[in-house]
Ligand binder design. Sequence first.
Ligand SMILES: Cc1cc2nc3c(=O)[nH]c(=O)nc-3n(C[C@H](O)[C@H](O)[C@H](O)COP(=O)(O)O)c2cc1C
Length: 187
Amino acid sequence: MELKETIEKRRAYKALIPIEVTDELINDLAKHAQLAPSCFNNQPWRYVFIHGKENLEKFYPALTGGNAWAQKASMIVAVFSKQEFDCIIKDKIYFLFDTGMATAFLILRATDLGLVAHPMAGFNEDIAKEILNIPPDMKLIAIIGIGKHNEDFEDVLEENQIEHERNRPIRMNLNEFIYHNRYEKTS
Ligand SMILES: Cc1cc2nc3c(=O)[nH]c(=O)nc-3n(C[C@H](O)[C@H](O)[C@H](O)COP(=O)(O)O)c2cc1C
């Protein structure tokens, strides 16, 4: 798939069907995250790949109610880091930025492989860190549900989820977030 097509194809779908999770898949995703740029090449990102029925089920108590759909994911990736892993330049703290870039690479690679990689903020951080043995001084930034898209999503999703599955949520117009040469306050 061309990069343009991969970016256009990526969607945060909720209706998932199982995939086979292999070490090859995990390493493939990780190797794409690994190539992301980072401040001073600090590579602040850390990932726990949660897979296998028993491990996934152990993690479900960390999901918020609105993310119950993620119980259909064949793998959940926990994205974590801490600010000391990356540049702090005066008041600019880069670990979230760099971990976000690496995670975008991972998500796009999953898309490229025909998979869904759906990022989520809806989890209980304390419970999740306890389950995953992530130390308290780390920030659990996001989790990502991985699977394959269920094209028959209307049979499995709730009414309020179907529109999001059918159509990509509306984006801002370019003129709402880009500026030429100089920022101009618009509203
Ligand atoms: C940091 C982050 C947190 C998100 N949290 C959730 C979440 O908890 N549950 C959910 O269903 N989707 C979540 N999403 C997915 C967004 O709702 C989705 O990306 C957005 O609506 C745009 O849709 P699209 O990705 O299909 O284009 C999250 C996305 C990001 C990047």
